[in-house]
Design a protein around this ligand. Structure first.
Ligand code: F6P
Length: 324
């Protein structure tokens, strides 16, 4: 392998820039070329490439977002689109790819590898932490810290007005963010996609907390929560069934994906970039790098895509006990 292409794809996450930096510098260290591919697979189809050396990635380790930009390419899902992409890689003599993204991006990498036999390596980047084969995805730790800071602020106004807040956090399919920030932010209840706690239990818990002398409450709701009601519907439901609380809603949205990466995410990104490039140089392909027991490990891409990233049941119990 003499030239590696790197791209970011899917939803962006803090730490992606630190990972790009690591991939580029590991290539420079091993004296091979590195090419940045803009806008994920779409840029590959359009030949939107830029040669990168160690100095091209200066000053980005602390920056949120991705300097290579990100996209979800519909065209790459077609055979014709992937053919164009491969032709561009051949023209540029790129002979391996590092894909920084989530499971959708990895699925694209797998198909591409099967069709053209080009070596691919995945780096998990998503704030959702919903990928099997790593205890932490890039951006997850930063997002947790961002959300906790916001919950603390909402708590200030909630307690000044004796209000109940439903706070919606990201997590389409998994409750990692919701559960962790719920515990860290002292939430009354946490509603997640993995478990249906039921509306009765929610009301019961809110009644109980009011009776025990709490004046304000925070309920953290993952956007894909299993109760099947969004935060506005939950507010209406509680308004209908309880008169004790004045209820407000806060949807945190995409601010959770931005910001300077935490120390943890910067270190993780640096480790993942080194492992991804060096694994390719060792002749490995179709793996995802991941953090398991504090070791940089490899998981076959198909397992990373299909495997379930399970929420921590012990943490769920801690969350329950903390609402006493
Ligand atoms: O990055 C993952 C995620 O934040 C999900 O939790 C959320 O549903 C989704 O991205 C929204 O992303 P977009 O607005 O880019 O489609």
């Amino acid at each position: 392998i003499k030239k590696i292409g790197v791209l970011t794809s899917g939803g962006d996450a803090p730490g992606m820039n630190a990972a790009i930096r690591s991939v580029v510098r590991t290539c420079a260290y091993h004296e091979i070329e590195c090419v940045g591919i803009y806008r994920g697979y779409q840029g590959m189809i359009e030949g939107d490439f830029e040669t990168m050396d160690a100095r091209s990635v200066k000053g980005i380790i602390n920056k949120g977002g991705t300097i290579l930009k990100s996209a979800r390419s519909k065209e790459f899902m077609t055979e014709a689109g992937r053919k164009k992409a491969y032709a561009n890689l051949q023209k540029e003599n790129i002979d391996a790819i590092v894909v920084i993204g989530g499971d959708g991006s990895f699925t694209g990498a797998m198909v591409f590898n099967q069709e053209f036999d080009i070596p691919v390596m995945g780096i998990p980047g998503t704030i959702d932490n919903d990928i099997y084969g790593t205890t932490h995805t890039l951006g997850y730790d930063t997002a947790l810290n961002t959300v906790v800071e916001v919950i603390d602020k909402i708590r200030d106004t909630a307690s000044s007005h004796d209000r109940l807040f439903f706070i919606e956090v990201m997590g389409r399919d998994v409750g990692h963010i919701a559960l962790n920030v719920g515990v860290a932010g002292g939430a009354e209840e946490v509603l997640i996609p993995e478990e249906n706690l039921g509306l009765d239990r929610l009301l019961e818990s809110l009644h109980r907390s009011k009776a025990s002398g709490k004046s304000s409450s925070i309920v953290v709701v993952a956007e894909g929560d299993k109760i099947g009601k969004n935060v506005f519907e939950l507010k209406d439901y509680v308004d209908e069934h309880m008169s004790e609380y004045e209820v407000r809603v806060s949807v945190l949205g995409h601010m959770q994906r931005g910001g300077s990466p935490s120390c943890f995410d910067r270190v993780l990104a640096s480790r993942m970039g080194v492992k991804a490039v060096e694994s390719l140089l060792e002749g490995k392909s179709t793996f995802m790098v991941g953090l398991l027991n504090d070791i940089m490990d490899l998981t076959p891409l198909d397992q990373a895509i299909k495997g379930q990233s399970k929420i921590n049941l012990e943490l769920l119990r801690v969350s329950d006990i903390m609402t006493t």
